[in-house]
Design a protein. Sequence first.
Length: 165
Amino acid sequence: MKNIIAGICTLITFGIMGLVYSTGGAYNGGEAGKIIKDIGNRTATTNKNNAPKEKSDRQKEDEALNALREKAGNVGGFKVSDEYKSKCSSCHGVDGSGMQYGKKLMGPKLFGQSEQEIYKKLDDFKAGRKENMIMKGLLMHLNQDDLKRFAKEISEFPSRKAALK
């Protein structure tokens, strides 16, 4: 009887695998898949008359991607802790100014918020009062002192930026 049940389960599993394969794979991409596909299929377009041409959607997306890379990777001028760089800057930007790709918000603006505001939000994410799986995962193993340290560092960003000027 066990062998019959195991055989049926195996057939069902292979049937589902075949169905998924025939429909294009388990991950059809969605928005992220389009971006990856477009990056792979980049082609330069030229205008025969050399007249100014309106930017294509691909060019607009490239500019947005380059702006994100610049924001995330420009750590030379704005000093932040290694913890902030590794946990926060990829979504919130090195200077806490927030990150956006097209119309999608990746990480909201932190710049200019008070230490208390930031600490409360971090604590809410950690406790699950605010829903965000990425934030909860990043904060899961941090204690209250760590949250306070992040809040203090982020609240100092305006004064750090002013010192650069």
